[in-house]
Design a protein around this ligand. Structure first.
Ligand code: ATP
Length: 289
């Protein structure tokens, strides 16, 4: 499987935040979810990788080409949906499209019209009158109408109702079914990724915590529940985090086989992506104290 994007050693500094030596890759044929809590660095990573803001160091390769010197060729092959959606509010959808379309060599008017119909968007409607969901669909129609091989989306489901979110997930599945494509999808609403992601990358405090196939990731962690007296100094070390209450404890671990060997009468359950994300954030905070 080829990689659509390869990022290595990426560093960027703001006054109070840094991306610290970030490396990851996006395989072709995968929907890759980019997860992290608010302020973890998702938007900064996407904007830096897309060349919308400068970096201190690092290599960025799309389709096996360095971004430096190949920006035009690369941008023709990427569809971008950023959460702020940079549109002129006074224009109609059709007028806005006429501003954007000439920037792409492979613009396909037929695809654009089909997406507008599919999303029930009226080309004569003014952008200022679009709801949040309609705005996202318009951004998606633009991003998907120039034969893009990679779709990059920053928090596309934030603020959308469950129906529109589920429509978006269907559109992504449909897009991927054409083959040879990739999607890179940042979000802190991990339930959407439980449904469609193939690969997951987690960022926390400007560092990559993991990159793993979703099914492998979910298989490698377990939630363990039991009575608190089963915990001791040694078994506690096997957990990323532990919550204790009058009813017992609940903890997340990557070492469930060791735990089962040392602790009898405990329950093991499969976690969600959110459980894994939060456990990793808590472990980092605990280690920082
Ligand atoms: P969210 O889920 O809330 O969108 P995020 O993971 O996308 O969060 P970023 O928007 O990348 O996080 O922000 C990471 C950090 O970088 C934050 O502390 C933010 O304040 C800081 N930051 C982002 N943009 C700038 C900027 N232009 N100048 C200075 N600091 C910035």
């Amino acid at each position: 499987m080829d990689n659509i994007l390869e990022v290595s050693g990426l560093t960027k500094n703001y006054d109070n935040f840094s991306l610290k030596d970030i490396s990851f890759y996006l395989p072709e044929g995968c929907i890759t979810g980019f997860v992290g809590i608010n302020g973890a660095g998702k938007t900064t990573t996407l904007r830096t990788v897309l060349g919308l803001t400068g970096k201190v160091s690092g290599n960025i390769k799309f389709f096996d080409m360095d971004i430096e010197g190949n920006e035009g060729k690369i941008k023709d092959r990427i569809g971008i949906v950023l959460n702020e959606g940079c549109f002129y509010d006074d224009l109609t959808l059709s007028e806005m499209k006429s501003v954007i379309a000439p920037a792409y060599k492979n613009w396909c008017e037929k695809d654009f019209i089909e997406y507008l119909e599919r999303f029930s968007l009226n080309p004569k409607q003014k952008i200022s009158t679009l709801s949040k969901g309609m705005r996202m669909k318009f951004a998606l129609a633009l991003a998907l109408s120039h034969k893009a091989e990679l779709l990059v989306m920053d928090e596309p489901t934030g603020g959308l109702d469950p129906l529109v979110r589920s429509q978006l997930l269907d559109i992504l599945k449909d897009y991927m079914s054409k083959g040879g494509k990739g999607v890179f999808f940042s979000t802190h609403i991990t339930s959407d990724l439980d449904k469609i992601a193939d690969m997951l990358i987690m960022i926390d405090d400007g560092q990559i915590v993991f990159q793993e196939e979703k099914d492998q990731l979910l298989d490698s962690y377990r939630i363990i529940k039991g009575s608190t007296e089963k915990l001791n100094e040694n078994t506690r070390k096997l957990f990323l985090n532990i919550e204790e209450s009058a009813f017992g404890f609940m903890g997340i671990t990557k070492q469930s086989a060791d735990i089962m060997e040392h602790m009898q009468d405990v329950l093991a359950e499969r976690p969600t992506i959110e459980d894994i994300m939060l456990a990793n954030v808590e472990r980092r905070k605990k280690n920082a104290v």
